[in-house]
Write a protein that binds this ligand. Structure first.
Ligand SMILES: *[C@@H]1O[C@H](CO)[C@@H](O)[C@H](O)[C@H]1NC(C)=O
Ligand SMILES: *[C@@H]1O[C@H](CO)[C@@H](O)[C@H](O)[C@H]1NC(C)=O
Ligand SMILES: *[C@@H]1O[C@H](CO)[C@@H](O)[C@H](O)[C@H]1NC(C)=O
Ligand SMILES: *[C@@H]1O[C@H](CO)[C@@H](O)[C@H](O)[C@H]1NC(C)=O
Ligand SMILES: *[C@@H]1O[C@H](CO)[C@@H](O)[C@H](O)[C@H]1NC(C)=O
Ligand SMILES: *[C@@H]1O[C@H](CO)[C@@H](O)[C@H](O)[C@H]1NC(C)=O
Length: 381
């Protein structure tokens, strides 16, 4: 019997304890244990709802009619216990040119209730950002919360992720296990990649298997796009004939990215296939589905994708944005080598030993396997 201790929770302060992972039995029962104990429970969901409800009450005092919409992992169904609450606060008649003013006002509102909201930070992020504008910690639940005030491509990508991950029952555990693997190996600190990037990698991988549609297929009927980019999508039904199991998908994910050529190719969940970086040097050579990109490069001031970046992960809706643009070559290498280790575990180990090997980190005693599944006592940090 194996007990793995993981402590992702400490990072976000959701809990003050390490959490034991006990993976025994066959692969399927291990996954079930993971779903029951590591992924969001109904209590976690209730906590997130509490955060968003409180925030809504606070915002409505100043802006009646304000609505709060969740996004990010909690809304997508791939939350693990440490996940933040992310939300989009929709203020009636919000005008993005008043962003800074609203931010100031909103943070003042939260500051007035220090017993409810702590650790307040805010910043105006440039349009490329995947980071939120306003961040706080909700005192009662201890959850961190990232707030945006615009229905932007981040919010819409999250809605698209939710659509994708609901197409098959295996996808949410697949994503959550990959996220946990990412944290166990500290890849968040080592790579500049965030969960948002992982979601795109998973979707892109599933597109290669024809298990989910490319994003352009969700916009096929959009003939009159208002604005520069099309941020909307249709939730088309998609019935894949590929019946790969969760175990195969998990191993397949690591195998696929083990030899993905980030030097020459762009990860484009919009196209649903790798696109050569060099194609983006000559806009005309891009496939027709990039008609908005072509038009925007011709008619607006937007800068094209910088093909010199070490890793290019194209935003699903704003195709000039690389959501991995801060990732350096060294970081791509660390990511790839960790992925290769995982792929090798998949190849070498029996099915029932794969998951616990994947989710343990021998260099980190907080993530080491021990031999006692009974000991669920919580360790203070
Ligand atoms: C937004 O506000 C600015 C300044 O208050 C104003 O100039 C602009 O016309 C407004 N835009 C819209 C779409 O209401
Ligand atoms: C596009 O429109 C056609 C005809 O109205 C419809 O049958 C099809 O389902 C639509 N596709 C999407 C992706 O909405
Ligand atoms: C966000 O914007 C998209 C695209 O314009 C729209 O389809 C969607 O309904 C909006 N969502 C909310 C909550 O305003
Ligand atoms: C999906 O396809 C399978 C096999 O072709 C079929 O049995 C199933 O009913 C389909 N499901 C939906 C929702 O269309
Ligand atoms: C765990 O507890 C069960 C029942 O309490 C016991 O049968 C089993 O031997 C224990 N295993 C270990 C490794 O302590
Ligand atoms: C359980 O783990 C804690 C922390 O490592 C340890 O102090 C305690 O002795 C263990 N209990 C048992 C029954 O092994």
């Amino acid at each position: 019997m194996i007990l793995l201790l993981v402590l992702p929770l400490a990072l976000c302060g959701v809990a003050t304890s390490a959490q034991g992972i006990c993976l025994e039995g066959d692969f399927d029962s291990q996954v079930q244990w993971f779903i029951d104990n590591v992924m969001f429970s109904s209590e976690d969901e209730a906590e997130i709802k509490q955060v968003l409800d409180d925030l809504k009450d606070t915002m409505q005092r100043r802006w009646p009619g304000t609505e709060v919409y969740p996004h990010g992992s909690s809304a997508t169904g791939v939350g693990i216990k440490s996940s933040d609450a992310d939300c989009y606060v929709k203020i009636p008649n919000f005008n993005t040119s008043a962003d800074l003013y609203v931010l100031g006002e909103a943070s003042r509102l939260l500051q007035q209730q220090p017993h409810m909201y702590t650790d307040l930070r805010y910043e105006l992020v440039p349009t490329t950002g995947v980071s939120a504008l306003l961040t706080f910690r909700h005192a009662r639940t201890g959850r961190s919360c990232d707030v945006t005030f615009t229905n932007n491509s981040i919010y819409q990508s999250s809605a698209a992720n939710a659509y994708y991950f609901n197409l098959n029952d295996n996808y949410k555990p697949l994503v959550a296990i990959i996220k946990d693997w990412f944290q166990v190996h500290h890849l968040d600190e080592k790579t500049n990649l965030i969960s948002f990037n992982l979601y795109l990698l998973v979707i892109f991988y599933l597109q290669q298997l024809d298990m989910v549609p490319p994003a352009f297929a969700l916009q096929r009927n959009h003939t009159n796009v208002e604005g520069i980019w099309d941020l909307s999508f249709d939730e088309i039904p998609y019935n894949s004939t590929n019946t790969a199991s969760l175990y195969q998908l998990l191993g397949g994910f690591f195998t696929y990215y083990s030899d993905f050529n980030f030097k020459e190719f762009i990860v484009s969940p919009y196209a649903g296939r790798p696109i050569r970086k060099s194609d983006f040097l000559e806009t005309d050579s891009l496939p027709d589905i990039f008609y908005l990109y072509k038009r925007n490069m011709r008619e607006t001031e937007l800068k094209p994708i910088d093909t010199d970046k070490a890793m290019i992960m194209q935003s699903m809706f704003e195709h000039h944005l690389n959501v991995a643009e801060t990732v350096t070559q060294d970081q791509v290498d660390s990511f790839t080598s960790q992925v290769q280790i995982a792929a090798k575990l998949y190849k070498d180990l029996p099915r029932d030993e794969f998951l616990k090997a994947l989710l343990s980190n021998s260099q980190d005693e907080d993530h080491m396997a021990t031999n006692n599944c009974n000991n669920t006592s919580i360790q203070p940090i």
